[in-house]
Design a protein around this ligand. Sequence first.
Ligand SMILES: [Zn+2]
Length: 115
Amino acid sequence: MALRPSEDALTALRDFVRRIHALDRTAPAVQELTLLVDGREERLALSEPVVKALVEALRVFHDPRDKGRCDYCGGPLDDNFLCRDCGAFSGVFGQLLAERAGDYTPPEELPPARG
Ligand SMILES: [Zn+2]
């Protein structure tokens, strides 16, 4: 049976805390994280190493859909380096793509193959 996304997140977080805490079992809890998922509350005791690992993991995560920010307005870019907010192409690569696309003329069609 597949887990619901909220259960996946809760399980992943609980497993992460256990995995990191196992590396330094004597470290005392310095914070408590309380999670409320679908009416079910769970408290996770976090030691200093776990807090540091959790913060670092969250800060270094990069969503592959994130193509960066617009040079002009800071909005998110699409796969073609086009800003989703202001519509400008961003960066040198974005400008090159725009210029190439503007100069593009489709090639002539080939004559039908002789059979
Ligand atoms: Zn923009």
